[in-house]
Write a protein that binds this ligand. Structure first.
Ligand SMILES: *Cc1c(COP(=O)(O)O)cnc(C)c1O
Length: 372
């Protein structure tokens, strides 16, 4: 009998994540599983923390890869920092910020949304005006909006939120490892990311960090964090300090993978990796323009790792993507929400941001275009 796993074969992942896992990460994940209290494993945890600090640009003590995908990181940050009735502002311009608002509402926050059109960046002036209207306990935004390919002004908004006295939550799921991030300089109080975007590790871990101001809020809550598994006051007992206390079993081999992907980025150099993303973005943009494929986002706020483009005139969206996948072994992303059927999302994340990957896509695209 043929089994489902037998059908799994190498595919060039050029969508919104997962990206191309580093071969060395697969090898690392095949290392022997250790116990979660084994001192050799604790050392791996400590190295992961130190490397994540570099990527996040932070001196925060609390840096933890949460057991779960990027969305688990989002839940973690919001469930720890929001109390019922808290006035919360969510700045939205895509799927992932709207998801933040949904989670905040489920936690009983009094949520206002400041919405910007999909495909456009957040305007700090409008944020400043909204912050004058009401005193918020927490303001949240997405740095790199994967659903639209837009980069939001994280530093400017951070300055405004800080002056206003609220906690600042930033989603860096897609930007971490592919763009410069400066959690401390941008005055971010809580940040989360994901392992399968620019870190090029399989999905399953979500690096999270919180500032001392965020921890003050956490430790002065009137009620316990309503989610036991993601309660950072408990999880941190396992990830920090001399004495490590068991909370839940760490996903050991996933963490080997994350550790190795961080070694890859450290070996290349973070700045070099960031530069490579920008260069590959420009290389792709040149090739796409030769094919007459247009971006939907203005040049000044395009993400290097997520290229949102118009589905070419006369091309059937779903059919072209299926041909790319099954005839050429390449996956690109479909449009979400209002962009469904109209937009393709081409990812150049982490280990996918290579000339050879771009060349393969540019060679395959003309063969799937213009067939309706
Ligand atoms: C992918 C993504 C998420 C969600 O991460 P999952 O790993 O799918 O749970 C959240 N925010 C952004 C910006 C993303 O790109």
């Amino acid at each position: 009998m043929e089994r489902a796993l037998d059908k799994v074969s190498e595919t060039l992942l050029m969508g919104p994540g997962p990206s191309m896992t580093y071969p060395s990460v697969y090898q690392a994940m095949a290392k022997p599983t250790l116990g979660h209290m084994d001192p050799r494993f604790i050392k791996v945890m400590d190295e992961i923390k130190e490397m994540l600090k570099v990527l996040f640009g932070t001196e925060n003590d609390l840096v933890v890869p949460v057991s779960g995908t990027g969305s688990a990181g989002m839940e973690t940050v919001l469930v720890n920092l929001i109390e019922r009735g808290d006035p919360v502002l969510v700045i939205t311009n895509g799927v992932f910020s709207e998801r933040q608002a949904e989670v905040a509402r489920r936690l009983g926050a009094d949520v206002d949304c400041l919405a910007f059109p999909w495909g456009s960046p957040v305007d700090p002036k409008a944020v400043s005006e909204q912050l004058n209207v009401r005193q918020y306990a927490l303001v949240s935004m997405v740095h790199a909006e994967t659903s639209t390919g837009v980069c939001n002004p994280a530093a400017e908004v951070g300055e405004l939120v800080h002056r206003h006295g609220a906690l600042y939550v930033l989603d860096t799921v897609t930007s971490l490892g592919g763009m410069e991030i400066s959690v401390d300089d941008w005055k971010v109080d809580a940040v989360y990311s994901g392992s399968q975007k620019c870190l090029s590790c399989p999905p399953g871990l979500s690096p999270v960090s919180m500032s001392s101001r965020a921890l003050e809020k956490l430790f002065s809550r009137k009620e316990k964090v309503p989610n036991w598994y993601l309660d950072m006051s408990l999880v941190a007992e396992y990830w920090a300090g001399k004495k490590r206390t068991y909370h839940h079993t760490a996903p050991i081999n996933m963490l080997y993978g994350l550790c190795q992907s961080l070694y890859e980025i450290m070996d290349e150099g973070l700045q070099e990796a960031v530069l490579r993303h920008q260069k590959m973005h420009e290389y792709l943009a040149d090739g796409l323009s030769r094919l007459g494929i247009e971006f939907i986002v203005e040049k000044s706020c395009r993400l290097p790792m997520l290229n949102a483009v118009k589905v070419p005139e006369g091309t059937d969206d779903a059919e072209a993507r299926m041909k790319l996948l099954f005839d050429h072994g390449i996956e690109i992303g479909a449009g979400l929400g209002a962009f469904a059927g109209k937009v393709w999302r081409i990812g150049l994340m982490g280990n996918t941001a290579r000339e050879a990957c771009v060349d393969r896509l540019l060679a395959a695209l003309p063969k799937v275009m213009g067939q309706k």
